[in-house]
Structure formats: C-alpha cells, structure tokens
Design a protein around this ligand. Structure first.
Ligand code: MN3
Length: 223
C-alpha cells in the first residue's frame, strides 16, 4: 500500500524548489525561538539563527554581488561556487546559508519518534532497523572531528549517512539530503557544553522532523 503523504504545514519549505534570488533576506525560523526548548534553548536559537545564519546570508549577498550573481537562487550560487575555486569564501558562506535553512526544517517541536511509510521501509532496508539507523547517525555525528554536519541522504535509491566538514554540503555531491544535524559547537555549546552526544541523543528523540525527511525522500524518488 503506498504511504499517504504527510500533510504539508503552512511553513513547509522545499529545499529543492526555492525561487528566492540574491540578494537574500534571512529566512524566518519555522517556529518560535523558544519552541525547541529544553532540547535547544531560545538563547541558542537567537544567536545561531539571528547572528550566525544572518552573517552567512549577509556575506553571501556581498560576495554574490561582487561575482555578478545577483538574481541567482541560493542553490545555483552554492553549485557555481563549488565549481569555482577562486573564491572559497563564497562557497563557505552560501553553503552555510543553505545548510542552516535545511537544519531549521530538520527539527520540529514535538518531533522525534520514527518515520512512517516508504521512508521507514527504506531505513529498515538500508540500516537493518530504525535503531540501526540511530546508532550509525549518532556515531557519525559524535565522531565528526571539529565543525561540520551529519546528514541522512538518498544516493539513488539507497539511504546513507554522510558526514561533511565545515560548510560542505551533500547538494554538491550528487546525493539528496533528507535530514541534517548541525554539529558545529555553536549549535549546542550553550546548552550542552562539551557533551555533544547528549545533544545528538536529545535531538533524535525530541526534535527530528520525519515529515520533512519524508518530503525530501519523495523528491529524491522523482529525480
Ligand atoms: Mn550552525
């Protein structure tokens, strides 16, 4: 039986169908700053979104203008910057701008639990069980050395865990991201200090947005 698509909320953002063009404004969070507490505090979101994400957007706008990329979408700019090694700052800032919007949507108040339908079946096929997925995702996120991200991605029809360092992003590696956790210290240090594994465990149990991941998985199937 085909899985029913989860209803899209009014705030649903499709990372692959975003028509905004440079210069960009900081996208609003899809929930209130305090909505993810106590897993992630309002104080963390205020600085992470209002200062870090905003700085990536502002720098992207400045560098995109210098490169004559005004009027391009963020996805276009990230891909062009990845191919053009003359300005690594444009790649770092535009990829971080994209990664952060993807991360805000990878979380939802009252999230966690387990995926349903086709995504649940694919996770069980490729990781043995949902617990097998959790174990592998948590291990990659905990072991990422320094700053970076851990992603659940679809590589063709196969699901994989993909760690990326610094600003690197699956969208320039020909795979479709489904869900991500930010493991830069700025994502968790105010709330967890050095205890990154506690942040990862709480994030998976209480925040992971499986309906967002399911929408992205459906998109991957259409590629
Ligand atoms: Mn971050």
């Amino acid at each position: 039986m085909p899985a029913m698509a989860a209803p899209k909320s009014a705030s649903f953002w499709s990372p692959f169908d975003d028509h905004q063009v440079a210069p960009f404004s900081l996208p609003p969070l899809p929930y209130e700053e305090g909505a993810l507490a106590p897993v992630i505090s309002a104080a963390t979101l205020a600085v992470h979104h209002g200062a870090h994400h905003k700085a990536y957007i502002d720098k992207t706008n400045k560098m995109a203008e210098e490169k004559g990329l005004t009027g391009k979408t963020l996805l276009d700019i990230v891909k062009k910057a990845a191919a053009d090694k003359s300005n690594p700052g444009l790649f770092n800032n535009s990829a971080q701008a994209w990664n952060h919007t993807f991360y805000w949507h990878s979380m939802t108040p009252g999230g966690g639990g387990q995926p349903q339908g086709a995504l649940k079946a694919a996770i069980e096929k490729d990781f043995g069980s949902f617990d097998g997925f959790k174990k592998e995702f948590s291990k990659a996120a905990a072991e990422q050395f320094g700053s970076g991200w851990t992603w659940l991605v679809a590589d063709g029809s196969k699901l994989k865990i993909m760690p990326t360092g610094n600003a690197d992003t699956p969208i320039v590696h020909n795979v479709t991201p489904l869900l991500t956790i930010d493991v830069w210290e700025h994502a968790y240090y105010l709330d967890y200090k050095n205890k990154r594994p506690d942040y990862i465990a709480a994030w998976l149990d209480k925040l992971a947005n499986w309906s967002f991941a399911a929408e992205n998985f459906a998109h991957a199937g259409k590629k």
